[in-house]
Design a protein. Structure first.
Length: 259
């Protein structure tokens, strides 16, 4: 029988938790492909386990950001109004299909596509904001609220299927919709929204039997101190350097999963 706490999983949890705390990016985008490609975990189990891992990890990060007053709770509520119903609907559809080998292959492909989208959001965030800026300037506050809910719907569906998207895609969308908000508040709000989203999605995956609790325990032992450290400590690597490196890794991994 596999030991409850595995040092390699603990280390993986710590490193990913550190990245999430610093940038809001890296939870599903790194952990799920790491579990699938490096540790050989079935894609469905990797997604389900990573969702509960993300819920616990980001709960700690959300607490730290909340204490630092870097969470816009109104934005979090708007996102949740879209993401939670979308998550519940996606879980219902998943519960009605066979999650065997064929489902694993489909999730692998969807996961790869989500990683490529995430990499694109990281690489071309500034260009996207420059392109969308004039259009977004004409958006009314009421329309911004509706668009925030719509972003929640997209994130809820994507995260439930692949566990990827709440970080880079969520942060990019919030930067477009709320360009005047400080980056720390954008990241904090994105992390806070990810908590109910990943908790509901992870609980749903647990109900349909796609969560590895032994693996989850090992990941959490590393991720909790990792995200606390990452939420408090400013990254030494400049964002202009770290973002392209992370995007390149996600592009390679995403391409590997799709092909």
């Amino acid at each position: 029988m596999r030991a409850t706490i595995d040092p390699l999983y603990v280390l993986s949890g710590f490193v990913v938790g550190l990245l999430v705390g610093q940038t809001g990016v890296g939870g599903g985008a790194l952990m799920t492909p790491l579990l699938v490609l490096v540790f050989g975990i079935h894609p469905v189990a990797a997604v389900g386990t990573d969702l509960l891992y993300a819920a616990a990890t980001k709960s700690v990060g959300s607490l730290v950001h909340g204490l630092n007053h870097t969470v816009n709770w109104r934005v979090v509520r708007l996102l949740a109004c879209g993401s939670l119903p979308a998550t519940a609907a996606t879980l219902f559809v998943m519960s009605q299909i066979d999650l065997g080998q064929s489902a694993g292959e489909v999730i692998n492909t969807l996961l790869g596509c989500a990683l490529l989208l995430t990499a694109g959001a990281l690489l071309f965030r500034r260009q996207l904001m420059a392109w969308a800026g004039p259009w977004l300037d004409a958006v009314t506050p009421q329309q911004t609220q509706l668009l925030t809910v719509a972003v929640g719907v997209v994130l809820g569906t994507l995260v439930t299927i692949s566990s990827v998207g709440a970080g880079a895609l969520g942060v990019t969308a919030l930067l477009l919709l709320y360009p005047g908000a400080p980056m720390a508040v954008i990241v904090g709000s994105d992390i806070a929204h990810a908590v109910p989203l990943t908790l509901l999605a992870g609980f749903g995956h647990w109900l349909i039997g796609s969560v590895d609790l032994h693996l989850l325990a090992s990941l959490l032992v590393g991720s909790v101190p990792g995200i606390v450290l990452g939420s408090y400590v400013v990254a030494r690597v400049p964002d202009a350097v770290a973002r392209p490196i992370l995007a390149a890794v996600l592009t390679v991994v995403g391409g590997r999963l799709v092909l």
